[in-house]
Write a protein that binds this ligand. Structure first.
Ligand code: GLC
Length: 691
């Protein structure tokens, strides 16, 4: 038994050996201790590809981050979140694990599931969604995929790391309900549906206490409430007092802490830590090491094909690209007829397919699909003229002339634009100071849409950008940062070889929010808006929506019908409920639809979001094909977190169950009545009496 083996080794270890166990040997490796047959475990970033440190055993300070090329760069999380395809997240995880095994890496430091409190956060491209359920379920898919291949994961950054400005010092002030219902919820969903071998604590403070020292987070919630049994690792440099961390429930400090022995000895002498607590941390680490080494032993690397990895990256990317607008159905381009296209913007060649920071993957140029080249492959006989317009953050002096003088017989103007126009504007360690594209890019886009027909705007950003005078652009594709194969996936969609099925994983707004306390006063940032982020906010400010959460067009159309619950369906305590509805492809080409289920309380006396995503299913349908989709719900799906009860509570009353093609395109509604005995004091006027 693993527990017995761990206990026996910890009992045999001396203090020095235990200290050696609970901090990194280097910045990415654990310590091997031969005397006890404890192997070394190698870790690596990141969520969408491997970032290799060539010299892991050099001291952190002097270490040159020299990233080895060659590993696959998959779509980043915000893109994967827009696929709304849990099995695709699994597939990405499994493929990424294959790269890990090629590189002798046993743990990948991913996924990140933090909420997107503000679109300014520089790392939003690394996170799946603004919604806890979508984020948690995609994170679980990723974890299960990676671990199915015998590689470990690290669910991060626990918790409330929602900005990069002062991430290492800021104190996030969040009320208990907002924490439980929103900021912690994606971690809870992920842990309900997957079992990551580790959880990584965040850099910031939460309600005045470092996350690394936060016993409420690391013990009361993570272990006592959610019953997590794995290892808790610090973010790199997130430990300020290792003895306080271990007391709070942290097990492992990264990177290597050369003073750990002295610090823990002092804590033992001072009585602020017990040997039992140190033993518990060491045991947790040892269990992690044995578990991961057993996983890698039972799932050794198999035949590996870099081309196959690329094809998987392309398949995933094709489901992430989101068609936002397609006036007069100008897309897809008919490759049998199209003879002349203009391609504008340097992002058609210098494709931006990931953000900056620890998630950065250096990909050999031979593995990156260039959009312009991929477009040419689709229509080799056509005339395709390329106009870069911008070079490294500067516009060509004659952008206006170039755009104004484009031939009138171009059948399409494909306009590539992005926010990483020079360096990394979406990156770890920094937030975006504004959400617009550069002015010169915006003016060229609006000029083209005023002067030319069939302008297709293709956005290469990892997160929401604000539109500026784009009203007349007839077609807009959100390409996200969709990895090394983004260019070929885009061409597949432009020419209809793939029918777009992406749905926005975050709201695209038309104006920046001014109500948030962001980025705080340099010491604290107060989440006064509570859980009102993303569509939870924009449902109450619909005029600020450009494209809503869950929005994405297809080249076909889907009809929704026959929701199954007879109204009003009565439910009592601890109920479960199965709801079904029918979806039919009423167009002339196959496609995939994301059926989204939201729950909207109607009689709530507590302040709650107008609706919340609680289920989704992506289904593929041939032309004319229909399917019945089933959703199993339970009482918790209708509950809110009650801070007097310190538990989830379902108010008595009516709830609408909404089925939609986006959060603002609701197609079916069924109303149920929750007859919750705990709430007899509050009797809605028209509540049906008990039969
Ligand atoms: C970084 C990041 C974390 C990453 C770790 C190791 O600071 O916050 O996501 O996995 O350190 O590089």
């Amino acid at each position: 038994m693993l527990e017995d083996k761990v206990k026996a080794v910890i009992t045999a270890m001396d203090f020095d050996e235990k200290c050696m166990l609970i901090t990194g040997a280097t910045s990415l490796e654990t310590s091997a201790i031969e005397k006890y047959d404890i192997p070394q475990i190698n870790m690596s970033d990141g969520p969408h590809g491997i970032r290799r440190l060539i010299f892991p055993n050099m001291p952190e300070r002097s270490q040159k981050i020299n990233i080895k090329g060659g590993d696959t760069c998959f779509p980043t999380a915000s893109a994967v979140g827009s696929s709304w395809n849990k099995s695709l997240a699994y597939q990405l995880g499994a493929a990424l694990a294959k790269d890990c095994k090629e590189e002798n890496i046993q743990v990948i430091l991913a996924p990140g599931v933090n909420m997107k409190r503000t679109p300014h956060c520089g790392r939003n491209f690394e996170y799946f969604s603004e919604d806890p359920y979508l984020s948690g379920m995609m994170g679980a898919g990723f974890i299960n995929g990676v671990q199915s291949e015998g590689v470990g994961t690290s669910l991060k950054h626990f918790a409330a790391n929602n900005q990069e400005i002062q991430r290492g010092s800021i104190n996030a002030e969040i009320d208990e309900r907002s924490l439980r219902e929103y900021y912690l919820r994606p971690f809870e969903y992920a842990l309900e549906n997957a079992d990551p071998v580790s959880v990584m604590c965040a850099y910031n403070k939460l309600n005045g206490i470092w996350c690394s020292e936060n016993r409420y987070l690391l013990t009361e919630i993570l272990r006592d409430t959610w019953h997590y049994k794995g290892m808790v690792i610090s973010d790199w440099g997130a430990v300020h007092d290792i003895s306080k961390c271990i007391y709070a429930g942290l097990d492992y400090e990264m990177p290597h802490n050369p003073q750990i022995k002295e610090l823990l000895s002092e804590a033992l002498k001072a009585g602020t830590l017990t040997m039992e607590q140190i033993d518990n941390a060491a045991a947790s680490v040892l269990k992690f090491i044995y578990t991961v080494s057993e996983m890698s032993r039972t799932q050794p690397k198999e035949a590996y094909s870099r081309d196959n990895q690329h094809n998987i990256a392309r398949e995933i990317a094709s489901e992430t690209i989101t068609l936002l607008r397609n006036d007069n159905n100008i897309l897809p381009i008919d490759k049998t007829k199209c003879k002349k296209i203009a391609v504008l913007g340097r992002h058609a060649v210098d494709v931006m397919f990931m953000g900056g920071g620890s998630s950065k993957v250096t990909v050999g140029s031979e593995n990156v699909d260039i959009p312009l080249d991929e477009i040419k492959k689709k229509i080799p006989e056509a005339q395709i003229d390329y106009f870069p317009l911008f070079q490294d953050g500067f516009r060509d002096v004659n952008v206006v002339d170039t755009v104004s003088n484009l031939d009138d017989d171009y059948e399409y103007i494909l306009f590539f634009a992005g926010d990483n126009y020079c360096g990394d504007s979406e990156t770890e360690d920094y937030d975006r100071d504004n959400l617009y594209l550069p002015n010169y890019m915006n003016s060229a886009i609006s000029l083209a849409s005023e002067k030319k027909k069939n302008v297709v705007l293709i956005l290469q950003t990892g997160a929401a950008v604000l539109p500026r005078r784009w009203e007349k652009v007839p077609a807009i594709l959100q390409m996200w940062y969709s990895g090394e194969a983004a260019g070929s996936a885009l061409a597949d969609i432009l020419f209809g070889d793939v029918n777009p099925s992406g749905k926005l994983s975050e709201t695209f707004m038309n104006i920046d929010r001014t109500d948030l306390d962001y980025p705080g006063d340099g010491k604290k940032v107060c989440y006064n808006e509570k859980w009102n982020s993303g569509y939870r906010y924009y449902d109450k400010h619909a005029d600020q929506i450009w494209f809503p959460f869950g929005h994405g067009l297809s080249y076909t159309a889907f009809e929704y019908s026959d929701i199954s619950i007879p109204e009003p369906h009565r439910c009592r305590d601890n109920f479960t409920l199965t709801l079904s509805c029918k979806i039919k492809n009423i167009g002339d080409r196959s496609g995939k639809e994301v059926v989204q289920l939201y729950i909207a309380p109607q009689d709530n006396i507590t302040d709650r979001p107008l609706k919340e995503l609680k289920r989704f299913e992506k289904i593929a349908l041939e032309p004319g094909e229909g399917k019945e989709v089933f959703f199993d719900l339970n009482e918790r799906d209708f509950a809110y977190y009650n801070t007097c009860l310190h538990s989830w509570h379902t108010e008595r009353g009516h709830y609408d169950i909404m089925i939609g093609s986006s959060s603002r395109d609701i197609r079916l509604v069924s109303r149920i009545f929750v007859d919750n005995e705990k709430d007899y004091t509050i009797l809605p006027k028209n509540a049906p009496m008990l039969a």
